[in-house]
Write a protein that binds this ligand. Structure first.
Ligand SMILES: Cc1ncc(C[n+]2csc(CCOP(=O)(O)OP(=O)(O)O)c2C)c(N)n1
Length: 585
């Protein structure tokens, strides 16, 4: 039976004609089922790949997907589907799409949606819902998906009628990808997908209350320029918004003209090439000393697409104490949310930076730049060598051996911070990491999603043993779909970041942070990937080269110094300049 159905010719079509039809003849949807319309709308949105997992309430949709030209990827867990859609979106700039059934399928998406929400990632999640007349009845596999996801999505909607389905999907893609991007859930009652359209559905979007501002106000841009030109010690504090807005080149132009030192948040690594003498690397809790000192000393802080996260600011009352603050952001709600700013400019970072550029005077500030260069020289990220492999050294090797050009994902913990500090970022969309929510288990599925969006590119998940264990099942997905992701597990046999806090603030009482692992290379082999292990510092380069040369998914386990710590560190409640330099000085 299955063979016979598979033998049918697949319709090879990349994108559907627009509503008016490529031929100019208006397309008719009459006679289509909701499920078929669903499929048409995904094609219209240009969806190439859909990550998900089936179930009862999405059966009609899956049936419509049976012969789809859209690539369907069966994940091993819906969380994996959400993270894959997220990794795809972050690495390509396009909308990532995932699908799950009602009830447990939808609740399994929750962590992934919250992850995407916190980092402003455009994801559309399509969930099945029980038939409309059973909603509210505690029906089998019923969960209040819109209720559950409301606080962790940019928008969500419940579709009960086939007539509303097409418009809702269009709106979802529009909302997810415009303004400040974010995840949108479309929860679809099963009967809406089974019903047949008897009249042409209204597909025009109906979003009178949704008007994201994109053009910054010229008066505010002028005020910002004036403040910057007058400043003696300016610093640019750049966040993920610059990457989302594809504004790195505009940032570059601004830096070239004004010679501004630039620090990037975890979300913005690669917005400026780190080999640039003006690049201060990451700021905040585990940021570079140069970045943190520069922020504390500057007299004008220009935040672009950044949101003053508490991991960035340290003690808020003493953050950038001498600075006038300019805040360029697309989201008016983030202006003066945590730090009161002097000049807000609401709009798209690219648009604003472009219009700011001609107003910037090429003022030279040799004293300030000398001070910046001095900090950079005196306090580079550094670590001592030992008998065991140092995790920082592994990240440095990966950077060097991939010519700083790979797409890198991470889990959450010490390895994430070392990756941010030591890889050597050259371009935007290179580091894919969960910054806002800090989701362990993000690395592997995000890498698979990024690999789907970037065929032929090297994609490496630099992971912790704890984070890797959380979603290791997705290795099977990588194997099934021949996605050659490479995973380097910095195995310290601890939940390292929590252990570090226990060491520093809880008198080394390692409560529940020892993390013995199974034989991970063997596990990788059992799941169909290649497993490798390296234990000697002198063999790290060879192991990484071997991993990069090996076809298909590979898991390389590096047995690293178990009690290595991440430095510098600004402890909770401390000011940015009160860094613990650890063993560095
Ligand atoms: C899903 C989830 N649960 C718990 C945490 C809290 N947490 C933050 S870092 C960390 C330890 C991470 O361990 P591992 O992945 O091995 O990385 P390492 O710090 O050792 O590099 C934990 C438990 C989290 N961030 N995410």
């Amino acid at each position: 039976m299955v063979m016979a159905r598979k033998a049918k010719t697949t319709v090879k079509r990349r994108t559907a004609p627009p509503a008016g039809g490529a031929s100019g003849v208006r397309k008719s949807y009459i006679g289509m089922t909701g499920a078929q319309l669903f499929h048409e709308m995904l094609l219209e949105a240009g969806v190439e790949v859909l990550f998900g997992f089936p179930g009862g309430s999405v059966l009609p949709i899956f049936d419509a997907l049976y012969q789809t030209p859209i690539r369907f990827v069966l994940t091993r867990h819906e969380q994996g589907a959400a993270h894959m859609a997220d990794g795809y979106a972050r690495s390509t700039g396009r909308v990532g799409v995932c699908i799950a059934t009602s009830g447990p399928g939808a609740t399994n998406l929750v962590t992934g949606l919250a992850t995407a929400f916190m980092d402003s990632v455009p994801v559309v999640a399509l969930t099945g819902q029980v038939v409309s007349n059973l909603i509210g009845n505690d029906a089998f596999q019923e969960a209040d998906t819109t209720g559950i996801t409301r606080p962790i999505t940019k928008h969500n909607m419940l579709v009960k009628r086939v007539e509303d389905l097409g418009r809702s999907i269009r709106e979802a893609f529009h909302i997810a990808s415009t303004g400040r991007p974010g995840p949108v859930v479309v929860d679809i009652a099963k009967d809406a997908t089974m019903a047949t359209l008897e009249a042409e559905p209204k597909l025009e979007m109906d979003l009178p209350g949704y008007k994201p501002v994109t053009a910054g106000h010229m008066r505010q841009i002028k005020a910002a320029a004036e403040m910057i030109n007058e400043s003696r010690k300016p610093v640019l504090y750049v966040g993920g918004g610059v990457i989302i807005a594809e504004a790195s080149e505009d940032l570059r132009a601004l830096v070239d003209k004004g010679k501004f030192p630039v620090t990037t948040t975890l979300m913005a690594m690669g917005a400026i090439d780190e080999t640039d003498p003006l690049a201060l690397q990451m700021l905040g809790m585990h940021g570079s000393a140069a970045a943190n000192y520069a922020v504390q000393e500057c007299d004008c802080l220009v935040a672009v697409g950044a949101r003053f996260d508490d991991r960035v600011t340290g003690r808020i009352e003493t953050f950038a104490p001498q600075a006038k603050i300019i805040h360029i952001d697309i989201d008016p709600a983030s202006i003066s949310k945590t730090v009161v700013v002097d000049v807000p400019v609401v709009g798209d970072a690219k648009d604003i930076l472009r219009r700011l550029l001609p107003l910037i005077k090429p003022v030279r500030r040799p004293g300030w730049l000398k001070q910046i260069a001095g900090w950079k020289k005196q306090f580079p990220f550094s670590y001592s060598l030992g008998e065991r492999i140092k995790p920082q050294a592994v990240v440095e090797s990966i950077g060097r051996l991939t010519a700083h050009d790979a797409i890198v994902t991470t889990g959450v913990g010490q390895h994430q911070m070392w990756t941010a500090q030591y890889y050597g970022w050259r371009r935007p969309r290179q580091l894919i990491t969960s910054g806002g929510l800090g989701t362990m288990g993000f690395g592997l599925p995000a890498a698979i999603g990024a690999q789907f969006g970037n065929p032929g590119r090297t994609v490496i998940d630099i992971d912790g043993d704890g984070s890797f264990a959380m979603t290791v099942g997705e290795l099977v997905t990588a194997v099934q779909y021949h996605q050659p992701v490479k995973v380097v597990v910095l195995d310290n046999h601890y939940l390292g970041m929590v252990r570090q806090w226990q060491e520093m603030f809880y008198n080394r009482r390692y409560s529940a942070t020892e993390h013995p692992c199974p034989d991970l290379p063997k596990l990788a082999e059992a799941l169909g990937a290649t497993g490798m292990r390296v234990t000697e510092p002198g063999e790290v380069d060879d192991a990484i080269n071997q991993m990069l040369k090996t076809e298909g998914p590979v898991v390389l386990v590096a047995e690293v110094e178990p009690e290595e710590n991440v430095f510098p560190m600004v402890a909770s409640g401390k000011s940015l300049h009160e860094m613990d330099m650890g063993r560095l000085v």
